[in-house]
Design a protein around this ligand. Sequence first.
Ligand SMILES: [Zn+2]
Length: 217
Amino acid sequence: MTTMNRLQKRVCSNCGQLCGPTQLYCPKCGFVLPDALTAEIKAEMADVDEHEHTQAQQAVNGADNADTPDSKKTTVAEVIPPTHKLASTGSQRVLAQPGTGYFHQHARLYLHHDSGRIIPVDVRTGTKILGRRGSAADGGTGDLRIVDLTDLGAVEYGVSRRHLQVTLSDDVIYAMDLGSTNGTFLNRERLTPDQPYVVRNRSVLQLGVLILRVQFA
Ligand SMILES: [Zn+2]
């Protein structure tokens, strides 16, 4: 994409941090950088694809709200009302707000563990499941959607085999607990199983007692 060429050195509108030319998100506060959004909008407006155009319009609408007080409430987990469940997002799209909730078109999702390990979660190739893959002899499913956390001590920390579903939909990352044994917490709030929640940049996920910090980059 040529849009990256537009991203010169610039300043975060949320905290004033000077950011590098290739960063999508402020390294200090985690907000998506406004001109990363602007470049995105220009690129998508030029696209004749109706779907892409709609997304660009949403980004424009969202950008208008960038300075409202509501945009500051970025660390609180949001429960998506039942009418906005993933199955219905085709007709009732969830508006992707700028700030820490917007998953940029070029962004990648990483989970940071206190050990220094960084786990990439490739949400662009489809829904992923955080859990434990296990071996065939161990009763493992071999489900390729599973992001295996065994190396992080998942068994000891109470992570279920199929613990947390992670989905990218309309520039928003959703997490849904799959009825795990020990539960999932998003920014210390316990998730109701089978309900999707918005995951933001810098969110803290806790699966059982295993803590992972979310990074969009
Ligand atoms: Zn910032």
